[in-house]
Design a protein around this ligand. Structure first.
Ligand SMILES: [Zn+2]
Length: 137
């Protein structure tokens, strides 16, 4: 199956492009959460952020502020979220790594509604496990 983002990056499929350079493109999301919802996409195909080399991650996120500033100016949004989904469980629809820039408007309310209240014991145990894996890379 062909990758939609590879096709768009190669100019073989249409999209509303708002930025591009040699290695990245940014397009308006066809199914926006909010007006101005944009995707920043590396031209090279990698599925998830953990598949990118470190410099690839830096390069991807380094494009975000410039694009976000332009979106804020163009839409008059009051703020924005950066989202980066990995895997079906995280609602990654296209298996080609990308960063979401989602403008937020005061009048639309706060999307961070549902939060858990963690137990200290669970956090302590989880932090210990994650620290062990961070050490081993
Ligand atoms: Zn791709």
């Amino acid at each position: 199956m062909k990758c939609i983002f590879c096709e768009i990056a190669a100019g073989k499929m249409d999209a509303h492009r708002i930025f591009e350079d040699d290695t990245h493109i940014a397009i308006l999301d066809k199914y926006p959460i909010q007006r101005g919802h944009t995707l920043v996409i590396p031209r090279d195909h990698h599925e998830k952020i953990i598949d990118l080399p470190t410099e690839g991650v830096s390069a991807l996120f380094s494009r975000v502020p410039r694009v976000a500033r332009a979106i804020l100016k163009a839409t008059g949004a009051d703020g924005f979220n950066i989202g980066q989904n990995n895997g079906r469980a995280a609602n990654q629809i296209i298996p080609h790594v990308h960063v979401h820039i989602i403008p937020r408007y005061e009048k639309s309310g706060n999307p961070w509604r549902s939060r858990m209240i963690a137990k200290d014991e669970d956090l302590r145990e989880l932090a210990e496990k994650i620290r062990a894996h961070v050490k081993s890379g």
